[in-house]
Design a protein around this ligand. Structure first.
Ligand code: NDP
Length: 300
């Protein structure tokens, strides 16, 4: 009798994203019933082709769930002052619930200053330091969309997270750090690895849950994976294949890892669609937080 080689279950991010979008659409209906239609302002500076695709996908998702969207496109020559003035106007506009400034910005604009200028209650990317701090303290704040999407996939495919060892490879402010904070909140024991980590593959092999957020195509192979681990691949890397052709791959070497892991997200079609769905969820959350804040102000 021959035994079939093990193949990890593929986690379908597109399907999970559609389920989440359907939930968000219901929440939007509930907001409408109370007289508020959640609205998202998307600001794009310059003509980076990848950013244009991301913005188009976000606007399409907003339309799908009934969120109003307003697009603000500016040339790459826009000054930082002009961008900050636009954000100031959007912060004051009661009809705008979420503000998203598509990153990266042109080099002459200080991203940190722009992120800090967005009202924390409208910061649907969850990058404002006030939201980052609130996340670490376990408060209900707007949380970065990609880690939020990973948590949703883990809730659907990862079983009970409490007590599990999670390893996050990468420590950026937008993925690795908030990811580690969310896993800790879910009662995992968390290890964060980065470019200075020694013996990273050995540490990663202790993980029940492995999150790869590095930006290096196929870096994480089977030697990093504990048998039966759940692997979430955040990486999006474009690799050229000759004759001007290219394709997207993750940070995980899917061929070798799928022989060891229990479940694995593909790239594309894994974390990417969840990120956009979570942006819609955050727009509704922002609307709710603003309503709560307004109610408190009235009561005060
Ligand atoms: P960053 O470049 O900001 O961070 C990469 C992290 O990987 C850093 O913390 C770096 O460590 C670490 N790293 C680099 N080399 C190694 C190594 N050899 N071993 C261990 N750690 C290493 O990237 P982001 O966090 O912004 O993004 C990561 C990936 O996720 C990218 O491919 C990006 O395109 C993708 N992404 C996907 C999204 C989605 O929706 N699916 C959304 C956002 C990002 P150090 O801090 O020491 O430099």
């Amino acid at each position: 009798m021959t035994t079939q080689p093990h193949t990890a279950r593929l986690i379908d991010g597109k399907q999970s994203a559609q389920r989440l979008l359907a939930e968000v659409a219901q929440q939007v209906q509930a907001c409408r019933a109370e007289g508020v239609t959640p609205a998202l302002a998307v600001v794009l500076v310059g003509d980076d082709p990848a950013s244009q695709v991301y913005v188009r996908n976000k606007l399409r998702a907003a339309e799908q769930v009934g969120i109003l969207s307003h697009e603000y496109r500016f040339p790459a020559t826009l000054s930082e002052q002009q961008l900050l003035a636009t954000i100031d106007n959007l912060n004051r506009d009661a009809a705008v619930n979420g503000i998203l400034v598509q990153l990266p910005l042109p080099a002459h604009i200080d991203e940190g200053r722009v992120v800090r200028a967005i009202s924390p209650l409208k910061d649907v990317d969850g990058f404002h330091p006030e939201n980052a701090g609130g996340l670490v303290q376990g408060q209900r704040v707007l949380t970065p969309c990609t880690p939020l999407g990973c948590m949703r996939l883990l809730a659907e495919y990862g079983g009970d997270l409490a007590g599990k060892h999670a390893v996050v490879v990468g420590r950026s402010n937008i993925v690795g750090k908030p990811m580690a904070a969310l896993l800790l909140q879910a009662h995992c024991s968390v290890t964060t690895l980065h470019s200075r980590s020694q013996d990273a593959a050995r540490l990663a092999r202790q993980a029940d849950i492995l999150i790869a957020a590095v930006g290096r195509p196929g870096m994480i192979d089977a030697s990093w994976i504990k048998p039966g681990a759940v692997v979430i691949d955040v990486g999006i890397n474009r690799i050229t294949q000759g004759e001007g052709r290219s394709r997207l791959v993750g940070d995980v070497d899917i061929a070798s890892v799928s022989a060891v892991a229990a479940a694995l997200t593909p790239v594309p079609g894994g974390v990417g669609p969840m990120t956009i769905a979570c942006l819609m969820q955050n727009t509704v959350t922002a609307t709710q937080l603003q309503q709560q804040a307004a109610a408190l102000q009235c009561a005060g």
